[in-house]
Design a protein around this ligand. Structure first.
Ligand code: PLP
Length: 456
């Protein structure tokens, strides 16, 4: 048997991959007919594949490599921590310096009184924690019936049983008989696709008020929490109209519903602030974090919770935790990542340099015949592909196909850009420079032109 290294021919790696590696969100045909793209190394915002092609990664991996690839400091910290204390748990009244230091740092960065950190391995299991946490919270307060969680259709909150249930992806629910009981949904604030003739702000208000209607339908004494991303990421970078979040906040306050902001994508500078909740002026009781917390260099996630939620959980024994909750290597890497984000002024770079430049260039794509709205907040952005800008029509039966074709054209032009139905999305590393943004836009435009030739 050949030793598997980067030096094997691509076709051989692809064949072994297709034979033995079950991939997330990929069909067997995609692997056997075309083969996976094998990524060999990465530096800054560029990936290098097994054919030596340099690919501009406008998705920062899966929305996570905020500081860019190839930062030795994180590798050094990981190696040092592995030598000193590779593992110890945080169960049963034990702790260690990386977990303590990271919790203190997150409490400092998080808004309001979100001062307490419960560690997980990623975003999905942090959201699983949240389900148990909010239900335990209300039960401990003498309201065990207050356990329904309201989410939104087309949301993505992970792939575990809990994460998939909280998400509003119907295709995911169909696999595994989900959601679990006690999860309810309202519609998303996607004006472009669903706003019809309504003014965007009226539409935002109407969508927010669906939360109130749902609470009244279920009974306020039965609703534990509402969960949402400040800006819906994997759903297609859906930016709600300005009227939406203030109304959601009002409703959560009025009915004493815990607000869970899923910051897995929006956190750690993506929107220009540490958290999307700060950008959108949201006051969550719990935030889910992962991805940019370690810039993807080590798997780690967390629930950051308010003083009040922590007080109730600490008064009982919250019988929950993962073997790797607060893994010392992951915590040390995350801490170093936060140091780099802070000391190198990367959030300021996003706010003052990268986001304004990208916004101008991204908006310019609206002159393309196939592009409807172009949306952007910080360094997360989307365009809606449409055959008719006036009616905001979707490509109907071809929705998804058109996005897929466009994504394939991007791939051909060495640009990684994702599609969700007929929306194309980006979320580049936060360190991207104006010159690199120009290259991104040039490749995106070329890909759109090529896709347009194929579908018009
Ligand atoms: N929540 C959101 C908003 C996400 O975008 C994701 C992943 O894309 C998750 C949760 C799940 O995180 P993970 O894949 O780390 O489990």
């Amino acid at each position: 048997m050949n030793k598997i290294t980067n030096h094997l021919p691509t076709a051989e790696l692809q064949a072994i991959d297709a034979a033995h590696h079950l991939h997330p969100f990929t069909t067997g045909d995609e692997l056997t007919q075309k083969g996976a793209r094998i990524i060999a190394s990465a530096k800054g915002i560029y990936l290098k594949d097994s054919e030596g092609e340099e690919i501009l990664d406008a998705m920062a991996g899966l929305w996570c490599v905020n500081i860019g690839y190839g930062r030795d400091e994180l590798a050094d910290v990981a190696a040092r921590q592995m030598r000193e204390l590779p593992y110890y748990n945080t169960f049963f009244q034990t702790s260690h310096v990386p977990a303590i230091a990271l919790a203190q740092k997150l409490a400092e960065l998080a808004p309001g009184d979100l001062n307490h950190v419960f560690y997980a391995n990623g975003g999905s299991d942090a959201n699983d924690t949240n389900i148990r946490m909010v239900r335990t919270y209300w039960a401990e307060k003498g309201q065990p019936e207050k356990k329904t969680i309201i989410s939104r259709w087309n949301a993505y909150h992970g792939s575990t049983i809990g994460g998939t249930s909280l998400g509003g992806m119907k295709g995911m629910h169909e696999q595994g008989d989900l959601p679990i009981p006690g999860i309810e949904f309202i519609e998303q604030p996607n004006w472009w696709a669903e706003g019809g003739d309504m003014d965007p702000e009226d539409f935002g208000l109407a969508r927010a008020r669906e939360l109130e209607e749902k609470i009244l339908e279920i009974g306020e004494d039965k609703v534990a929490a509402f969960i949402a991303e400040p800006i819906q990421g994997a759903g297609g970078v859906i930016v709600a109209p300005d009227s939406y979040w203030p109304e959601i906040q009002r409703i959560c306050d009025k009915y004493e519903i815990l607000l869970i902001a899923d910051e897995v994508i929006c956190g750690f500078g993506r929107t220009g602030n540490w958290f999307g909740s700060q950008t959108l002026d949201i006051r969550p009781d719990i935030m889910t974090v992962a991805k940019g917390l370690s810039s993807g260099y080590a798997p780690i996630g967390a629930s950051i919770v308010s003083d009040e939620v922590a007080k109730v959980l600490e008064a009982c024994e919250f019988n929950h935790g993962y073997t790797y909750s607060g893994h010392p290597v992951a915590c040390a890497v995350a801490l170093e990542n936060l140091r780099i984000l802070e000391e190198e002024g990367i959030l300021e770079h996003v706010q003052n340099v990268a986001a304004p430049h990208l916004a101008e260039k991204w908006k310019s794509l609206e002159d393309h015949p196939m592009v409807g709205e172009a949306k952007i907040v910080g360094l997360m952005a989307s365009i809606a592909l449409t055959p008719n800008k006036e009616t905001r029509a979707s490509f109907a039966a071809d929705a998804g196909t058109v996005g897929y074709i466009t994504r394939e054209c991007c791939f051909g032009n060495n640009l990684i850009m994702r599609h969700v139905g007929d929306r194309m999305i980006i979320s580049p590393p936060l360190v991207i420079t104006p010159e690199e943004i120009d290259i991104l836009i040039e490749r995106a435009r070329k890909s759109l032109d090529e896709a347009y030739e194929k579908v018009r």
